[in-house]
Design a binder for this molecule. Structure first.
Ligand code: FEO
Ligand code: CA
Ligand code: CA
Length: 825
């Protein structure tokens, strides 16, 4: 007998029919038990058989039966699905395992058992993947079997959610919603739970209101250090754009005598800004870590630094920042950007509304020789006679030296020094920027990146990063008839910067020097990027409309510079998103009530009347919005020209298909007022391959007679995949025709994934790198109500019937698949 023959087999010697246990039966029983202990089999059998069973065997040998395996039958699936390979082996196999033989490489889990799993990879066409199951016998003999898994491109594998007006977040069957982080939730151990009755204070240690743009930054599973692939623990960074002031106080806002109480104003100010919170995936659900040392609130009072060309500029000097290099606070933070080096960029959008400017201010500036400031303030919407949102400047501070209320009054003090260092006449120039935050360092000072221009920044989306190529950052200026911009860094991308330790220094490298461009869309489907460069074209000191002093002046007055260059006024540019597969840039144009038929053009071609069914008067203009997209010439971010088309036009499915519902939307995907826009991450299959998933969120008031606001998933095509269409426009203001470029009708590649609760906006989206947890923000549910007229009870209503009188709260939710798979596909 050799060491490798353990089992007895002499052909057929089973002649003993006594009741005693037969040697073969004993061996079979032992062996069978041991089969469950694969891997340790050889050592075990040596000990047991050698020591006990073989003691009476003398000359007889024990050998195994021939190894036989099966790999299961061939299956077909789609990209992103979790595939389970199921092998079988007979008792002769003492070790088994799976390997991949061919096809796009995947990561197999459980390779040394009968069952192995993997996530079907992204593919552009049906692609076979072959896997081999091998069993090895005790004698080293083996058997193999192959199975083929054919993977087809991903589909939106869920049933479209029906439009509804329920006070709930509705998602497709098979998905779970977890409410994660609500208005007022405490972010340290010493702050009490939110009472949600208007008595709570200290929002600098609580979640702010109006959750908006959001990014996830991975942490190592066992520590607080950055792990870009971390998918079970991370930092969620999100904007708090605005407030629903009626619910923040016990009885709504106090405005007695036209004066605001200090305590109320402090709450309102601190409920704006940005949250950084640690989140973790537990055994059953995600939660935020209330006591994490990494939690942080950034508010309109947080110290900031200015970077880029406008740092230290005369227009940035204030009583607080006499040299114009420092700032204080960020406000109306709308959308965002996730920088590839691990920082968060927040966008200051409707900041202008917070400023008071008394009548007579313009005359003071003229007398001080600063007449140009009046034109600038006017172009940015800060006209004389404005009280400023929420009346914060009416507060008499308990600390007379405090300027946290006074700074919102931009009125020039008549007898103050004219350079702005004695008042807050220049404070409006300190806002309207992209602000970069290092989420991993709670002590870091956020940096306002002036090279990216000053406007109503909706968000900032980085392009794909290509080594040696200067990256681009795409931005919308969200107001009627404003523009789409891109900033192209002076610095070509270096991949090692993605993991640098000093993240804000990397931001300095890419975001402080470069060229800001604005988009011009031509009727023939082409377009140009026009450079906002001081000294070129009309952007000179000799310009009659605006004699620019320097590049900083051009950036501070980016809107005026863009006007002079002849940029195309758009239907309110909101979010930008870049398709990771091909670099094409998408931008939501949410709606435009001032787009009259006479003002339509190829890129903003619709002006029509949208009929309402709820008694409110009909709206006119581009009521439902559209999503434009562009492809850079040569597919490079450095291009100064592009081609464009419209990915989809928003519309009710019942509206005229020739002039309004140009994308042929149906009941499963009709939408209005697109706003949030985001592609799944290229770190998981939903964001990989030729056709990654795009998510579209709405902030709508025109379609709310039919449905609450919603989020759709899409698998979009490419610029130019459709054709031209001529639209006949008609409103009470007149008629026109416009010929546009519209992409292929999306059909089943655009599908409603979520409907929100009453009176909310869906905005803000990110995911874990593995794509298995999708974070979404629900902003201002019940926004039209107040303490005496509560119009939504969400999120309390998400778990069933909420207690009567429960006030609504903006909140972050997490969406996961009940089978643990990737969200959306
Ligand atoms: Fe804050 Fe343009 O949405
Ligand atoms: Ca928005
Ligand atoms: Ca909006």
């Amino acid at each position: 007998m050799t060491d490798s023959t353990f089992l007895y087999d002499d052909g057929d010697i089973d002649t003993n029919r006594s009741a005693n246990g037969h040697l073969n039966d004993l061996i079979a029983q032992r062996y069978s038990r041991r089969q469950t202990l694969r891997g340790g089999l050889s050592a075990m059998t040596t000990a047991v058989f050698g020591g006990v069973l073989l003691a009476g065997c003398d000359d007889e040998t024990i050998t195994s039966e021939p190894v036989k395996v099966s790999a299961g039958s061939a299956v077909a699936t789609t990209a992103g699905k979790t595939v389970t390979l199921q092998g079988t082996a007979n008792t002769g196999a003492q070790s088994i395992g799976w390997v991949q033989v061919s096809g796009p490489s995947v990561t197999l889990s459980g390779t040394s058992g009968t069952t192995a799993t993997f996530i079907a990879p992204a593919v552009s066409t049906a692609t076979p993947l072959v896997f081999r199951f091998t069993g090895v016998g005790a004698a080293g003999d083996s058997a193999t079997a192959d199975t083929t898994v054919t993977v087809s491109p991903a589909t939106l594998d869920f049933a479209a959610v029906a439009k509804n007006r329920n006070d709930l977040v509705t998602v497709p069957a098979g998905y779970t919603v977890t409410v994660l982080y609500r208005l007022g939730d405490p972010i340290n151990a010493s702050t009490p739970a939110y009472a949600n009755d208007g008595t709570d204070t200290n929002f600098a240690a609580r979640a702010g209101d109006h959750h908006d743009g959001m990014s996830f930054f991975g942490l190592a599973a066992t520590g607080t250090s950055r792990d870009p692939a971390g998918s079970t623990r991370g930092l969620l960074v999100l904007n708090h754009e605005n407030i629903t002031e009626s619910y923040l106080h016990a009885r709504g806002q106090t405005t007695t005598g036209g004066v605001r109480p200090e305590a109320e104003a402090i709450k309102e100010i601190e409920a704006h800004g940005v949250s950084v919170i640690e989140v973790t995936r537990g055994a059953s659900a995600w939660s935020y870590v209330q006591a994490s040392a990494l939690n942080r609130r950034i508010t309109p009072n947080t110290p900031m630094a200015f970077n880029g060309p406008a740092r230290g500029h005369a227009l940035l000097r204030t009583l607080y920042s006499k040299d114009g290099t420092q700032g204080r606070g960020t406000i109306n933070n709308c959308a965002n950007g996730t920088m590839p080096w691990g920082t968060y960029a927040t966008a200051e959008e409707n900041w202008a509304g917070y400023f008071r400017r008394d009548r007579g201010d313009a005359a003071v500036r003229i007398a001080a020789g600063q007449a140009k400031e009046n034109a600038s303030l006017s172009r940015y919407g800060i006209s004389e006679g404005r009280a400023g949102n929420y009346g914060w400047t009416t507060v008499t501070p308990s600390d007379p030296s405090s300027t946290v209320f006074r700074k919102w009054n931009a009125t020039a003090v008549a007898d103050a020094v004219a350079d702005g260092t004695a008042d807050f006449r220049h404070e409006p120039f300190q806002y309207g920027w992209i602000v970069e935050i290092d989420p991993y360092n709670p002590q870091s000072t956020p940096r306002k990146r002036t090279a990216l221009g000053r406007m109503n920044h909706e968000g900032v989306e980085p392009s794909r990063m290509v080594a040696g190529v200067r990256p681009a950052f795409y931005m919308g200026d969200d107001a009627q008839n404003e523009y789409i911009y891109k900033f192209v860094s002076s610095t070509p991308w270096s991949a090692s910067d993605a993991n640098a330790a000093d993240r804000l220094a990397v931001g300095d490298k890419y975001l402080d020097a470069g060229t800001l461009y604005v988009a011009k869309f031509n009727a023939d489907g082409s377009g140009q990027w026009l450079a906002l460069t001081f000294g070129s074209g009309p952007l000179t000191s000799g310009n009659a409309t605006c004699p620019f002093a320097d590049q900083a002046d051009v950036l501070i007055n980016a809107r005026i510079a863009a006007d002079l260059l002849g940029a195309t006024p758009m239907d309110r540019p909101e979010w930008t998103a870049v398709n990771p597969a091909n670099g094409e840039m998408y931008c939501t144009l949410t709606n435009n009530s001032s787009r009259s038929p006479a003002r339509t053009d190829a890129a903003n071609p619709r002006s029509y009347v949208d009929p309402r069914t709820d008694g409110r008067s009909n709206s006119a203009g581009n009521v439902n919005g559209h999503v434009i997209r562009l492809r850079e010439n040569g597919d490079t971010t450095e291009a100064v020209a592009f081609t464009w088309d419209v990915y989809a036009f928003g519309s009710g499915s019942d509206l005229n298909k020739d002039n309004i519902n140009l994308s042929g939307l149906d009941d499963s995907n009709d939408f209005s007022s697109p706003d949030g826009l985001w592609f799944s991450l290229p770190t998981n299959v939903a964001g990989q391959g030729a056709s990654p998933v795009m998510w579209l969120q709405t902030d709508d008031g025109a379609f709310t007679d039919v449905t609450n606001n919603q989020m759709l998933a899409a698998i979009p095509g490419r610029v130019g995949d459709g054709g031209t269409k001529t639209v006949n426009n008609a409103t009470p203001a007149g008629t026109s025709t416009a010929t546009t470029r519209v992409g292929k009708a999306p059909g089943a590649t655009l599908k409603r994934f979520l409907v929100g609760p009453k009176e909310c906006e869906i905005t803000g989206i990110t995911s874990t790198p593995d794509g298995k947890a999708l974070f979404v923000n629900i902003q201002h549910p019940g926004e039209n109500g107040g303490p005496d007229n509560i119009t939504s009870n969400w999120p309390a209503s998400q778990g069933g019937t909420a207690a009567s009188g429960t006030r609504p709260r903006s909140a972050t939710i997490v969406i996961t698949r009940q089978d643990g798979g990737l969200v959306g596909i």
